[in-house]
Design a protein around this ligand. Structure first.
Ligand SMILES: [Mg+2]
Length: 332
């Protein structure tokens, strides 16, 4: 099994970018009918701050093998593009860091010294979880370091820890029920509103309607970690084997839809693979990030398909366009 940290983190980053870029299309009122009919809106789909910051995390891990907070802060600040939809507090902070400010002081001073409890630390961290999938407890400690560069409030940190744990567990556990997935994630999250929300998500796993689940769990409309992360983990848990269904379920709930879809896409991609024909409509990732091309499919379904193809007497025919998610994966 040729799965290493870079492959997993790269898969997660592409999944995150796809969720972010496609999800953000549904802020455009004219695209609403596409969401209602679960069809793809016209491209190209541009990614937002979620992807830009996740690229910095990927780059730091690829270069250092761990989170160096000073390097990460410098990368966030150097690559901060005002037009990518940053929250005002984070945008202002990154501008000040770029002008020579100390990220430790600036992050701690936000919101009258409480620190930000926004979902910005959670939205970018799934590739880190995938990188450290062999050791979820270590992933969570690294996620905490990555969060504190901009978000020091305990709920924001807990949100990042939860998403990193989820990405690690999704990438490393072949057999996983939705309930077991959320139980394992919750073990890595400190007490507080995020963990309470994951507990509520656990109780709602039999609910089919994402709008109903989001009414209880939140959908990111308040852009807080605790209003965002529990719902995303509910959606990921409900669709652990199907990236496309997970996306549509998440997008249907509305709210901070680029971020909720970025989290779900990032959590699942190293497990499920990514629909290649969707990915082709996403704006290219920034050149400075040095992200490799997507690796061949390392998901369980992809490996099984590869094994079948290797043992088949006749060449495997390509699937028809627009086919099932597994067929998309096999095509890659
Ligand atoms: Mg965004």
């Amino acid at each position: 099994m040729s799965v290493d940290p870079l492959r997993r983190a790269t898969a997660a980053l592409y999944g995150l970018a796809l969720g972010d870029a496609l999800g953000s299309q549904f802020f455009v009122p004219a695209n609403r009918p596409y969401l209602d009919s679960r069809t793809l809106p016209p491209g190209p789909w541009q990614w937002t701050d979620d992807t830009e910051m996740a690229c910095s995390i990927h780059k730091v891990l690829a270069g250092h093998g761990r989170i160096d907070q000073d390097v990460l802060a410098s990368s966030f600040a150097a690559h901060h593009d005002f037009d990518r939809g940053y929250g005002p507090a984070t945008g202002r902070m990154l501008r000040l860091v770029r002008e020579g400010g100390d990220w430790r002081t600036l992050a701690a001073e936000l919101f009258d010294g409480n620190g930000s409890w926004g979902n910005g630390a959670a939205m970018r961290v799934a590739p880190l979880g995938a990188w450290f999938a062999d050791d979820p407890a270590h992933a969570v400690r690294q996620a905490e370091l990555s969060a504190r560069v901009t978000h020091t409030h305990p709920e924001a940190v807990a949100g990042a820890m939860a998403v990193a744990a989820a990405a690690a567990i999704a990438a490393s556990h072949a057999d996983l029920s939705p309930g077991r997935f959320l139980d394992l994630v919750a073990e890595h999250v400190p007490p507080g509103m995020v963990r309470d929300g994951i507990g509520e998500a656990r109780l709602l796993l039999t609910v089919h309607d994402p709008l109903l689940a989001a009414r209880v769990l939140g959908n990111g409309r308040n852009v807080t970690a605790h209003d965002t992360v529990p719902f995303t983990l509910w959606a990921a848990a409900r669709h652990l084997g199907d990236f496309e269904q997970a996306f549509w379920t998440t997008a249907t709930a509305g709210g901070d839809v680029d971020t909720t879809c970025a989290i779900v896409g990032g959590v699942l991609a190293a497990r499920t693979g990514i629909p290649g024909d969707w990915m082709r409509t996403v704006e290219a990732l920034p050149g400075w990030a040095g992200v490799p091309e997507p690796f061949p499919d390392d998901s369980a379904a992809g490996r099984a398909a590869a094994a079948r193809a290797a043992t088949a007497l006749a060449p495997v025919q390509g699937p028809p366009s627009g086919g099932h998610a597994a067929e998309h994966r096999r095509r890659k």
